[in-house]
Design a protein. Structure first.
Length: 474
């Protein structure tokens, strides 16, 4: 009987596992469990003959992650999931973050040096900053409108309030301290954060993305100012390096289904613990607040952005929404705009037809300073906490939320965990007790996934608009 190569490999794996278990006992079993996740995916791909695109594979991986996570909670496999499943999700995020810095630097240098003159760079810069600031203000205002209509904090019980404040007191205190450090910084510290004192040190730290962008812009401008013959060799090197980086991203994305499965399943287990009913009770208690945030984010995705695309470009909103689905899936799984950046740039260029020059300039900046989803989340959260504590915010205080959250999105661009830190700053600005953030920590991780989706979708929307206007002027 003639066997295929895949069948021979699977038979070899089974024989090896049997012999290993007999000869090496528990050590081998631990090793086997460590490779269980990628091995399972390999077996599935070996027997599934249908050719699936990456988008479908990621969607199926998310579904499998939910199923496995639910079973892990039911059968009390929390420790197993933490030890043998969760690391594969961390590997996926690390791979994406590892390629993010070289991608941003090379893409920006390539894009800026390809511009014909400095006036075009000035136009791109002004449009990009204005659009990012405008969409953030729209998102925050939209959140305020929604939370004032729903009033989710008015129905929150006193018992749950005390329970959550006690449970998440340490986390709330830690974030409050982080916010104090941000507030204690000089007023122009955000400008100092742009300038690196060591470009190589900045390149080794993903939180220093603003500094990488600054260095890349300086490099690109210098290349425009020099004669072509003096920079031709370096341009060719950057072009080749760009192609290599794009191919590396393709290779990393082959691992995406495993990474997404691990991230979703481990998140579900962390949220549910050993008792899913307790976690569901907690989510239900915060259900009105959570739904208000999620509905606001969904309206940004399916109403605000398509409307802006329809008004300012010739791109069909339906095509735009379809093109950003793979970006949204990775963003939802990783909860990181920076980690999603390689995928965002690739799909914006290939699926939305955005020029390399615009994509390489607009998107890295957006991944750093654009926080539409986070801004909406903060406005809803701030008013929710105020309502729970019985405060009736004035119009001036709510306008202060818009101003503070918008400025904080720039001022905390390089701050780790910027979302919660920004919320503490906003609460301080309107005179609400900052320990109130303990009320929302229980659902923070899940809402972070949704708001990251909106952040990257907003990046893509701005890139489409800037690219459309740029093509009209050239």
């Amino acid at each position: 009987m003639k066997l295929t190569l895949q069948t021979k490999i699977l038979i070899g794996i089974l024989i090896g596992n049997t012999l290993g278990a007999i000869l090496f006992g528990s050590f081998f079993l631990n090793t086997l469990m460590a490779i269980a996740v990628p091995l399972t995916f390999f077996i599935l791909k070996s027997f599934v003959r249908i050719k699936l695109n990456l988008q479908t594979e990621i969607l199926l991986s998310m579904l499998l992650g939910v199923i496995f996570g639910s079973l892990a909670i039911h059968y009390r496999l929390v420790e197993f999931t933490a030890m043998f499943v969760k690391p594969y999700g961390a590997i996926f995020i690390s791979l994406l973050k590892a390629i993010a810095v070289p991608l941003v630097f090379v893409s920006l240098v390539k894009g800026i040096s390809s511009l014909s003159d400095m006036s075009r760079l000035s136009r791109l810069s002004i449009r990009t900053i204005i659009l990012y600031m405008s969409t953030t203000v729209i998102a925050i205002s939209f959140g305020l409108l929604l939370v004032n209509i729903v009033n989710p904090g008015n129905s929150f019980s006193e018992v749950k309030k005390q329970e959550l404040r006690a449970k998440f007191a340490k986390e709330a205190e830690a974030k409050t301290e982080d916010a104090k450090k941000v507030n204690d910084r000089p007023p122009l510290q955000f400008l100092l954060d742009f300038i690196p004192d060591n470009m190589f040190k900045a390149a080794g730290d993903n939180s220093k993305m603003l500094q990488i962008i600054f260095i890349a812009i300086i490099f690109g401008i210098a290349m425009i100012m020099l004669p072509d013959k003096d920079v031709l060799a370096f341009k060719n090197f950057v072009d080749s390096l760009n192609e290599i980086i794009l191919k590396v991203i393709d290779i990393i994305m082959l691992y995406a289904p495993i990474g997404v499965f691990a991230l979703i399943s481990s998140l579900l287990v962390e949220f549910g613990g050993n008792n899913l009913s307790d976690a569901l009770d907690l989510f239900i208690a915060l259900g009105s607040y959570s739904l208000t945030v999620i509905v606001g984010l969904m309206l940004m995705l399916f109403f605000i952005y398509p409307t802006l695309i329809f008004i300012f470009t010739k791109v069909k909103p339906g095509h735009y929404l379809k093109a950003v689905i793979p970006i949204q899936m990775v963003a939802f799984s990783t909860s990181s705009s920076a980690a999603t950046l390689p995928v965002t740039m690739e799909h914006c260029e290939k699926s939305l037809g955005i020029s390399k020059e615009v994509a390489s300039f607009v998107l890295p900046i957006g991944a750093t300073i654009n926080m539409d989803g986070t801004g909406l989340y903060q406005s809803v959260s701030a008013v929710f906490i105020a309502q729970v504590f019985g405060y009736d915010l004035t119009m001036q205080q709510q306008l202060n939320i818009i101003l503070t959250a918008t400025l904080a999105s720039i001022g905390t661009a390089g701050v780790p965990g910027a979302g919660i830190v920004m919320l503490v700053i906003v609460l301080n600005a309107i005179g609400i007790a900052t320990e109130g953030i303990a009320l929302i920590f229980a659902v923070e991780r899940i809402l972070d996934m949704f708001r990251t989706v909106v952040n990257v979708t907003g990046d893509a929307a701005v890139a489409v608009i800037v690219d459309s206007k740029d093509k009209e002027n050239t």
